[in-house]
Write a protein that binds this ligand. Structure first.
Ligand code: DX5
Ligand code: ZN
Length: 239
C-alpha cells in the first residue's frame, strides 16, 4: 500500500478535496541545483518528487545514482519516488533504499527476474511499482499485480524529458484500470504531461501525473501557477 503525503488541498478554503498527485520530475530541473529544485517544487505545492535514474544501458542517457538520491533526501520533505531506468537492477536496490527512497519503480523490460526484484524492494521497506514502455502490452503486469502498489504507464519512450505524449497509451491506461479493479494500485503516467494531456490521462483513469518540462521549463517563481493550472485540468478530467 502506498503511503505518501496526502494529495489534500483546500480548494478556495471552503472544501477539502483529494487532489490528484502531481509528481515533478527532476530530469527537467537544473542539474547544478537539484536541491533547490526539490525545495521549489515542494514550496509550490507538490509532496511527491520523481527522480529519474538512467544508466546509459537500459536507456542511452545517464543521470544519477543512489549517492545523488541520498544527497537530495534532506531537501525532500515528502515522497521520494525513484524511477529506475536501469538494467540489471537487482544489485542497486539496497543502495537506493539506503538513499532514503520511499518508492521504487522498476521496468518490466529490465530483467528476467521481475517478481523477485519487486519482492526485494518490498523487503527493503519501500513501496514498489512497475513501469511499462509504450511498446509493452498491458498484460505484462498481470503476473505481478499481487505485489505492486503502482503501475507507471510510460507515455513517452524512456530516456528523455520534453517529448511528445503518445496518445495510444490512453487505451493502455483504460485496460490497466480494469485489470487492477478492486486492488489498491495507483496508475502513474510518465512523459509528455501538460494540462491537455493531463486532462486526457485523468479521463482514462490515471491517478498520479509525472511532469518534468511542463513544470521546470519556466521561472521557479511561477511553478506554483503551473502546478495549479495542471491540477485544475486534471481534476476536470477526473470529474
Ligand atoms: C522519461 C522520464 C520522465 C520524464 C518526464 O524517461 O521517465 O519522468 O522526465 O519529463 P516530461 O514531463 O518533460 O516528459
Ligand atoms: Zn520517470
Amino acid at each position: 500500500m502506498l503511503s505518501y503525503g496526502s494529495g489534500r488541498v483546500d480548494v478556495d478554503k471552503t472544501e477539502t478535496v483529494i487532489a490528484p498527485i502531481i509528481a515533478p520530475s527532476l530530469l527537467s530541473a537544473d542539474f547544478a541545483a537539484l536541491g533547490a529544485a526539490c525545495r521549489c517544487a515542494e514550496d509550490s505545492g507538490c509532496n511527491w518528487l520523481h527522480l529519474d535514474v538512467m544508466d546509459g544501458h537500459f536507456v542511452p542517457a545517464i543521470t544519477f545514482g543512489p549517492m545523488v538520491c541520498k544527497a537530495l533526501r534532506p531537501h525532500i520533505r515528502g515522497f521520494m519516488d525513484v524511477h529506475l531506468m536501469i538494467s540489471p537492477v537487482d544489485d542497486q536496490l539496497a543502495a537506493f533504499a539506503d538513499s532514503g527512497a520511499n518508492h521504487m519503480t522498476l521496468h518490466v523490460e529490465a530483467g528476467p527476474h521481475l517478481y523477485k526484484s519487486l519482492q526485494t524492494v518490498r523487503e527493503l521497506g519501500c513501496s514498489v511499482g512497475v513501469a511499462i514502455n509504450p511498446g509493452t502490452p498491458a498484460v505484462a503486469i498481470l503476473p505481478v499485480v499481487e505485489i505492486i502498489d503502482l503501475v507507471c504507464v510510460m507515455t513517452v519512450n524512456p530516456g528523455a524529458g520534453g517529448q511528445a505524449f503518445i496518445h495510444s497509451q490512453l487505451t493502455k491506461i483504460r485496460e490497466i484500470k480494469s485489470m487492477i479493479a478492486g486492488r489498491a494500485i495507483k496508475i502513474q503516467v510518465d512523459g509528455g504531461i501538460d494540462p491537455k494531456t493531463g486532462y486526457e490521462a485523468a479521463r482514462a483513469g490515471a491517478d498520479i501525473f509525472v511532469a518534468g518540462s511542463q513544470l521546470f521549463s519556466g521561472e521557479p517563481t511561477d511553478m506554483g501557477d503551473r502546478i495549479r493550472y495542471l491540477r485544475h485540468e486534471i481534476m476536470r478530467g477526473q470529474a
